[in-house]
Design a binder for this molecule. Structure first.
Ligand SMILES: Cc1ncc(COP(=O)(O)O)c(C=O)c1O
Length: 391
């Protein structure tokens, strides 16, 4: 099978956040959008065909998740992530962010402490604070672009009565996959202090060759008993608009509490297209497409990193996983405000400012490289317009 990941596809006027909200977000409707985490690459034909097939029946009434849906998730996890999951552990979420919020409400009370590890995906901050829980930061330690966990601080925070840790693995925005040893060390602290782990693994299929993703819950029974894992087919196959994901919760008591919270909010049914898409995606065909996608993303990384080499004040490292490149502009000595203005208004580039991920992201920009090769080339040409700040 061949797939054309370089096909240009106009997304304008498709009620698309990435393109159609550029004026609102950047104050410039013409930026080259390399921000929000979806791809300028069509979902594979076999998924679109499955959705069309379902539309051949004109009634779209109430639905439920069938055995095939649960089996598809179990097959994918065993096959791609080496984790043998029981289909009874699976529940639904109407998107991972919504899942995080349900989990916070199911397992903590207002005022309880929840730990996150900035720089990290912005909704980790907002789901905690919007639910009136107390946010405690356990910032990653950066050393020459490598981000590690501050276990000592985590242990202190856990000992002071934190209830939950929200983990991003692979870590958005820094692209880091946690090794088995790192997860075990972190897990030891969580088990000791009975800290519930919420592991957001939405980018975990998008792993570059030579790296391995481990689900923390798969590493021991003790860890499985305290972990809620979230994922979706949405990042991998570019289906975020279907607002559909899933939770894996091996501990029956925790699963029942999560299910009760979903029921209380009336969000438990999901949508028929999300289920059809997942069943088409988590298949050998999906796997073949994903492998080609990763080769394409790799070619984009090569293009970007070789093109950026001429700008001595921008430093990048290849992410272990995700199509998000965490670019370090600190050597420019520009303030974030100055940098954003230059990128948006002089260069015409719409990256995600690093400060969106907490103040630990100062001086950084997150660049989404899930696009045709030509978009990367165009971005490099646009950077040339502000070259004298970057060289
Ligand atoms: C780490 C992480 N979690 C969750 C999401 C969003 O998930 P959903 O669209 O399923 O709510 C994203 C999207 O960028 C993400 O990067």
């Amino acid at each position: 099978m061949t797939f054309d990941f370089n096909r240009h596809l106009s997304r304008e006027n498709t009620w698309c956040v990435k393109y159609d909200l550029r004026q609102a977000i950047f104050g410039n409707p013409n930026v080259l959008p390399m921000w929000v985490a979806d791809m300028d690459i069509p979902a594979p034909d076999f998924i679109i065909d499955a959705l069309r097939q379902r539309l051949n029946h004109p009634v779209l009434g109430y639905t439920f998740r069938d055995t095939q849906y649960h089996n598809a998730i179990a097959w994918w996890y065993k096959h791609r992530h080496g984790w043998d999951i029981d289909t009874a552990w699976i529940d639904f979420c109407p998107g991972v962010v919504s899942g995080l919020s349900h989990t916070i409400r199911a397992f903590t009370k207002p005022g309880d402490v929840i730990i996150i590890q900035p720089p990290v995906y912005r909704p980790f901050f907002s789901t905690v604070t919007a639910n009136n829980r107390k946010l405690v930061l356990n910032p990653l330690i950066e050393n020459d672009g490598i981000y590690t966990i501050d276990y000592d601080l985590l242990e202190k925070q856990a000992a002071q009565g934190a209830r939950m840790l929200i983990l991003s693995n692979p870590h958005n925005p820094v692209g880091k996959l946690r090794s088995r040893d790192e997860l075990l060390e972190l897990g030891k602290i969580c088990v000791k202090y009975n800290l519930i782990i919420v592991s957001d693994e939405i980018h975990s299929d998008l792993v570059f060759e030579g790296n391995t993703h481990f689900s923390i819950a798969s590493l021991s029974e003790k860890l499985a008993a305290i972990t809620i894992t979230f994922s979706s087919m949405s990042k991998t196959f570019n289906l975020a608009g279907l607002a559909s994901g899933f939770a894996i919760i091996p501990n029956a008591e925790l699963k029942a509490k999560y299910a009760a919270e979903l029921e209380a909010s009336g969000a438990g049914m999901g949508n028929i297209f999300g289920f059809e898409a997942l069943k088409a995606a988590f298949t050998p065909q999906g796997e073949e497409w994903l492998e080609k996608l990763m080769q394409h993303l790799d070619s984009n990384w090569e293009l970007l990193s070789s093109g950026l080499a001429r700008f001595s004040k921008i430093k990048v490292r290849k992410p272990d996983a995700t199509y998000l490149v965490w670019a370090d502009f600190r050597r420019t000595n520009l303030t974030d405000d100055q940098l954003n203005k230059l990128l948006i208004h002089e260069a015409g580039l719409g990256f995600s400012p690093g400060t969106e991920y907490g103040h630990q992201g100062m001086g950084f920009q997150r660049i989404n490289i899930a696009c045709p090769n030509q978009t990367i080339e165009l971005a490099l040409q646009r950077l040339d317009k502000i070259a004298h700040y970057l060289e």
